[in-house]
Design a protein around this ligand. Structure first.
Ligand code: SAH
Length: 337
């Protein structure tokens, strides 16, 4: 699909065209990655962050957030429980928290890899290049680092002290190390154009990104970016565009792993996740972060009363009920099933 056609779909408000787009994405999904939905256990290990991304509640300057970090034993205990519950992937995510040394993360990854039949994904932000190499050697096989927006000026405005070029350089490095590499963007940022979203989709393909997570930008009063009324994106435009970008990513990449993101469900409670799964997505994430920590990982305001470990069977059953599709018992890797 060419840029012009992508832009056309992003811009259309013709309901027949839109539903045809979702249907063809759903068909491509069935053909290239099958019906199974892959569940990931998401463990938010720390909400400390040295960055100040304007949209994010974890930004270092947000004094209203209660900070926490999980130690190695806390992490290992939680991953043990997730593996016993049947998860085949655990994703450890955090703000950019320098407290975790290269060696400490490597040791944690090594212990998990040696004790459990579970794939290890990391999303710990930008780190020295050798950290990524070391953690791959220790047994982590996936790394997520969203490029957030492919508009360089908007990127610079939202991320003090950091650049889109650097983000993309790291994505290439992660691929070259051998990671299944994840990226993604937010949809509905103030000042974000449909043209730049078309470029986002082409960039995923150009970099051969393996996992693509896109969700709506959600206003966080403690983060500092403009209020919801301050820009042109309405709630409906945001959600429509999230579903369109999900469908277009599926059509353009064919076999990428595409989550129905948490932000999508939070913006459209009860239907967001199912809609994304019907428009090309094939992955979901359940938060397994133990209380009380879970309540303090506030990237954006949200309420989640489920327990990603204890409620996993019920959540899986509900998803199957909603979509008619089975929950995978495999690893859900892009390259080697
Ligand atoms: N610190 C890590 C990952 C943690 S943040 C990193 O930099 O890669 C996880 C993701 O949450 C971000 O990549 C961003 O896409 C999303 N996010 C942050 N603030 C958001 C907001 N206000 N609305 C929607 N998504 C947001």
């Amino acid at each position: 699909m060419m840029r012009e056609e992508i832009l056309h779909y992003l811009g259309t408000s013709n309901p027949e065209e839109i539903s045809a787009l979702y249907t063809s994405a759903d068909r491509v999904r069935a053909q290239h990655v099958g019906d199974a939905i892959h569940a990931r256990a998401l463990l938010n290990i720390s909400n400390y962050c040295r960055r100040n991304c304007l949209y994010c509640g974890l930004r270092g300057q947000n004094r209203r957030l209660m900070r926490y970090r999980m130690g190695k034993d806390d992490i290992l205990r939680t991953v043990d429980a997730a593996a016993s519950a049947g998860y085949k992937t655990v994703l450890m995510q955090s703000g950019e928290d320098g407290w975790y040394s290269r060696a400490m993360i490597a040791e944690t990854v090594r212990i998990i890899a040696n004790h459990h039949d579970i794939d290890i994904a990391l999303s710990l932000g930008e780190r020295p290049d050798d950290d990524y190499r070391c953690w791959f050697d220790a047994g982590a096989t996936r790394y997520l680092l969203k490029h957030e927006t492919s508009d360089p000026a908007l990127y610079r405005a939202l991320h003090p002290g950091s650049s889109l070029d650097e983000r993309i350089r790291i994505l290439r490095l992660l691929k070259s190390i051998g990671y299944e590499t994840g990226s993604g963007v937010m949809v509905g940022l103030p000042g974000q154009s449909l043209e730049s979203i078309a470029d986002d989709i082409l960039l995923f393909r150009h970099l051969d990104i393996d996992m693509i997570g896109c969700g709506p930008y959600i206003y966080n009063p403690d983060a500092g970016l403009m209020r919801p009324g301050d820009h042109i994106w309405t709630q409906k435009m945001k959600m429509d565009t999230v579903l369109k970008i999900t469908a277009l990513n599926r059509i353009v990449t064919r076999d990428a792993m595409i989550p129905a993101t948490t932000a999508t469900e939070i913006s459209s409670p009860g239907s967001g996740r199912a809609c994304a799964l019907g428009a090309g997505a094939n992955v979901v994430m359940f938060d397994i972060t133990p209380l009380p920590w879970k309540e303090h990982y506030i990237i954006y305001p949200r309420e989640d009363f489920t327990n990603g470990i204890g409620d996993y069977p019920r959540l899986a059953e509900e998803l199957t009920g909603l979509t008619g599709r089975p929950i995978s018992t495999g690893y859900g890797r892009r390259n080697k099933p």
